[in-house]
Design a protein. Structure first.
Length: 439
């Protein structure tokens, strides 16, 4: 009995210690908030009426951030939330951004909204889950935050209650979020600092602001650790998008998605139309162009291009281990290509200009990560329909036509023909992506 009481006493002490640690972590996670909040303490009353220019500017900024993409459920009212965002820790449901008084932002002030973007805190002080990309939005200026809020307040109110997240314990708890913030989040200053020294130009600095802030490009193009935090620094060195199983290639590497040597016009075309003489977009990036970048001004697109051209690093692509297939496998793969691919991409892999991309010399084909190739062959896809490319040519799905071994064979053939030198694709890789579709 005495040992039992001693054990209970030890458990009680451990519980007290855990609570004390959580309180300390909470204090660490909230430091830095008070100064900025004190500066806007006088603004907690209802904001002054916004003018039409500010509302229109906010609408443009909402496009730049692709806010509607996450905050609109399929078939739902625009910006009314309810869309599930799948994460490795469970589903997060986007919130209602319309000015409904009971379920939306109707009772929020401009200061409340600024705190959400800049500090990752809700109106009642709760810590927000970082699936809402406040680690990026923290660099958004106060003027842009206020314009965004003015636009959201101008929307028709939609009564739609926010749905509780379905995160596994303890990931959605305030204590866990406090620990995460203490480890990985620090509110930014007035502007991003992407350069070790002075920015090369005001245009490139504007581009850095868009890419790192509202564009939150690192949310996809950055590698994530076991707790879902993106890498420090620019966070644009490439990463597998959790759950979606698409690889967002490195924007810093020429052999992946770096554009340092591209003409500016080609970068602008890719962001504006989804296609350019150099490449076309697919998968999650097609959604970004469809809902966001095609609506940006030419000046802002050129600013983004100016920034992206400065961040390419002299990374070296490691030579692929090319293991020639057996004669029988090569013949079967060539036959599969002739039957299913050559009509569009050409017998020589040269493609058709402004319609079907060339496969010969295509860095998306020879990249070390093969997941995107498998996704496209399995499930097909189209570049986005844009003003500059209103009727895009697409790729049909072969998920019901070809088996795992056949897809592996034809992709290996493509990656090792016409001068391409890349590693083979295996049936195991294809099966893993097929099995994880939609998870």
């Amino acid at each position: 009995m005495r040992r039992r009481f001693q054990a209970l006493g030890m458990l009680a002490l451990l519980a007290v210690a855990a609570l004390a640690a959580a309180w300390l972590i909470w204090q660490l996670a909230t430091r830095g908030d008070s100064g900025s909040e004190a500066a806007v303490a006088g603004e907690l009353a209802a904001p002054a009426s916004a003018g039409q220019p500010q509302i229109e500017r906010g609408a443009y900024l909402a496009r730049a951030g692709n806010c509607m993409g996450c905050h609109t459920a399929r078939g739902g009212a625009p910006y009314a939330g309810g869309r599930p965002i799948e994460t490795p820790f469970g589903a997060v449901f986007s919130s209602n951004l319309t000015p409904d008084m009971a379920t939306g932002l109707g009772r929020w002030s401009v200061a409340d909204f600024w705190r959400a973007l800049h500090h990752g805190r809700s109106r009642d002080g709760r810590l927000l889950v970082p699936a809402f990309p406040y680690p990026n939005y923290t660099v958004v200026t106060r003027d842009d935050s206020d314009a965004l809020f003015a636009f959201l307040q101008s929307l028709p109110a939609a009564a739609q209650a926010n749905q509780a997240h379905s995160l596994r314990f303890p990931y959605g708890s305030q204590a866990a979020l406090a620990i995460w913030r203490a480890l990985y989040f620090e509110p930014a200053g007035d502007r991003p600092e992407p350069y070790a020294g002075p920015a090369p130009s005001a245009e490139a600095e504007r581009g850095a602001y868009l890419v790192q802030g509202l564009g939150h490009c690192s949310a996809c193009h950055g590698a994530r650790n076991a707790l879902g935090a993106t890498e420090r620094g620019l966070g644009l060195a490439g990463g597998l998008i959790p759950v979606q199983n698409w690889y967002a290639p490195a924007l810093t590497l020429a052999h992946e998605a770096g554009v340092g040597r591209w003409p500016t016009d080609d970068i602008v075309a890719l962001l504006q139309h989804g296609v350019s003489p150099q490449a076309s977009v697919a998968g999650p990036m097609a959604e970004v162009v469809l809902g966001s970048t095609q609506y940006l001004s030419d000046a802002d697109l050129r600013a983004m291009a100016a920034f992206l051209k400065t961040i390419e690093t002299p990374g070296v692509s490691l030579p692929a281990v090319v293991r020639p297939a057996a004669d029988g496998d090569r013949q079967r793969a060539a036959k599969l290509y002739e039957q299913h691919c050559a009509a569009c991409h050409g017998a020589d892999g040269g493609g058709v200009a402004k319609a079907y991309p060339a496969l010969a010399g295509n860095r998306a084909v020879t990249m070390g990560q093969t997941v995107n190739l498998v996704q496209v062959v399995l499930h097909g896809g189209y570049p986005p329909a844009t003003a500059g490319n209103p009727r895009p040519f697409g790729m049909p799905p072969f998920v019901l036509t070809l088996g795992n071994a056949e897809i592996a064979q034809v992709l290996t053939h493509i990656r090792q023909s016409w001068g391409n030198q890349a590693s083979a694709v295996t049936a195991v890789e294809v099966n893993g992506i097929r099995a994880n579709r939609g998870r």
